[in-house]
Design a protein around this ligand. Sequence first.
Ligand SMILES: Cc1cc2nc3c(=O)[nH]c(=O)nc-3n(C[C@H](O)[C@H](O)[C@H](O)COP(=O)(O)O)c2cc1C
Length: 166
Amino acid sequence: MKEVKIEEAWKKKYPEQVSLAVTISKDGKPDIIALGWVMPTSFNPPMVAISVGKTRYTHKLLSEVPEFVLCFPSERQKDAMIFCGTHSGKDYDKFKETGLKPVKAKYVKPPLIEGSVAAFECKVVATLDTGDHTIFVGEILTAYISETEEKRIYNFGNYFKSISND
Ligand SMILES: Cc1cc2nc3c(=O)[nH]c(=O)nc-3n(C[C@H](O)[C@H](O)[C@H](O)COP(=O)(O)O)c2cc1C
């Protein structure tokens, strides 16, 4: 083994699944963030952790309304995902800008994204400060999958590729 800079070793983790998380402000305006740092943490109760940078608008919204909808975007949503991952909800209404369609959730205030490969309604039950990001642990209240077959998006480091999970 040769010792290298930490960033160089991290490049070896790709491909990484890409997700979107929808959050909402106290006055009901939703935002969407692209996420790579997502981890299931428990089957029973079902839990998932997301790691959100402290500078993200999503971080502020999660502190105000501790609920999120985690969505796996389909290949058709690739451009929208890139927009959500490169623009802040401080400045943009991402549903409006991307054309992604919100669908009312059953248990939480943030909406689902129509056409997702899968979506999970989550309420935040714990947080962990991990430096420049905070881990938000969500209990999954219910989940959905697309009725049509859709490919998921994977990040290969410097490009994105769509892969079927079937
Ligand atoms: C593929 C991809 C993965 C990303 N993963 C994360 C992540 O896991 N955590 C995070 O805080 N930001 C991540 N980002 C960056 C945020 O999506 C980006 O800063 C976004 O503009 C924040 O939006 P907001 O300010 O509306 O919350 C990722 C971006 C891309 C394109």
